[in-house]
Design a protein around this ligand. Structure first.
Ligand SMILES: *Cc1c(COP(=O)(O)O)cnc(C)c1O
Length: 364
């Protein structure tokens, strides 16, 4: 049914069974449907290996950004201040949201191919005692860099700051010790590593942190606390929920479990990413991010030479069944290839062969 494979950072290639779930219309008031929501909420806690005593899951309508904005508007008070650590477009979006909401914030930005320096993060915390929250993106999908959230979490814990992680493109595909790291709010969405379809996102929230957020939100529809209070009763969403997407998502969770859980999925992504980067390097494609900082989620490749035309390359690959992704950097020319979704080794091998052939022909 699919005409091509999406090698993109989401929406991504999903399984046929996931898509089949969307053929049925479901009633949002019905108990059976509400049970789907409750099952998803429980399963997400299990995937994160956190306890129901300590954490809860809130599902929220919209694309991933809506859910990030929901967390920022619902958890940070006018008297609070958030340190936003950025090295990519999604980190910058956090700052943009903070500005729109009118939050008090400071941004610590590093170049897109570098990690934040922990000494500098600590300096911010020491010099500015009014900082109450720290926010960072885990896998910066702009480049594929995987940020060291464990180190940031250690500082958040030591200095007693609320810790917000945009794990949109990593949760479910990269192991994250949510409880051990003491993450207060972790955000992800249906159409990334859990391999569902787009339509809602979710927040894994430390209960003690979320409990303090009543009345904080400046938005009604994005109020995370209110959404939690309504959903927690029996699985009913406030306002219309994306029923088809919800049903598909539960199926996607089942398939994550069948695959062997997060660790097994991480291994598949990592293997495929390694094959891709190794074989492409041999025909002139250098990764933008150093190997030790690179996530298995998505890779940004530099254009191999002056003659390379991404649009032509893109159309050629699409004609052979693979949809790639343009770059998102301003200083250098890059394009991206994602490894997440229903993509297996033979798919990546086939793509590599196509790219090798493409280079052999166009270089001459
Ligand atoms: C996909 C993604 C988002 C959300 O993007 P939407 O287009 O709103 O779904 C946010 N942060 C990161 C790191 C992402 O990869």
């Amino acid at each position: 049914m699919n005409r091509y494979l999406l090698l993109t950072p989401g929406p991504l290639t999903t399984s046929e069974k996931v898509r089949q779930q969307m053929l049925e219309d479901r009633c949002t008031w019905d108990d059976e449907y509400k049970q789907l929501t409750q099952a998803i909420r429980r399963e997400l806690l299990a995937i994160a290996e956190v306890d129901e005593e300590d954490y809860t899951t809130v599902l929220m309508q919209g694309s991933g950004s809506f859910v990030v904005e929901s967390v920022l508007t619902s958890t940070i008070r006018p008297t609070d201040k958030v340190l936003i650590i950025t090295n990519g477009a999604y980190g910058e979006r956090l700052a943009q949201m903070a500005q729109r909401i009118g939050l008090s914030y400071v941004q610590y930005a590093t170049p897109y191919d570098e990690y934040p320096e922990m000494q500098k993060v600590e300096d911010y915390l020491i010099k500015d005692a009014s900082i109450t929250h720290i926010a960072i993106v885990h896998c910066e999908t702009t480049t594929g860099i995987l940020n060291p959230i464990d180190k940031v979490s250690a500082l958040a814990t030591r200095y007693g700051k609320t810790f917000i992680v945009d794990a949109m493109s990593s949760f479910g595909g990269v192991p994250i010790a949510v409880g051990e790291l003491g993450i207060d709010f972790l955000i992800s969405s249906a159409n990334k590593c859990i391999q569902g379809v787009p339509g809602f996102g979710f927040v894994l929230a430390k209960k003690t942190a979320l409990q303090k957020c009543e009345g904080v939100a400046r938005s009604l529809s994005l109020d995370l606390y209110d959404q939690w209070k309504v959903m927690d009763v029996d699985g009913k969403w406030r306002y219309t929920s994306p029923t088809h997407v919800v049903a598909a998502f539960l199926q996607a969770i089942e398939e994550l479990k069948e695959e062997g859980g997060v660790q097994a999925r991480f291994q598949r992504y990592t293997e495929n990413n390694q094959i891709l980067r190794d074989r492409l390097a041999k025909v002139g494609f250098k990764g933008y991010i150093d190997g030790d900082k690179q996530s298995p989620i998505i890779t940004a490749f530099l254009y191999p030479n002056e003659q390379f035309q991404f649009n032509h390359f893109y159309e050629e690959m699409k004609a052979q069944g693979f949809v790639l992704y343009p770059g998102k950097l301003t200083e250098v020319n890059t394009f991206r290839i994602g490894n997440i979704g229903e993509i297996y080794k033979e798919d990546i091998e086939k793509l590599c062969t196509l790219i090798e052939n493409y280079m052999a022909v166009t270089v001459k």
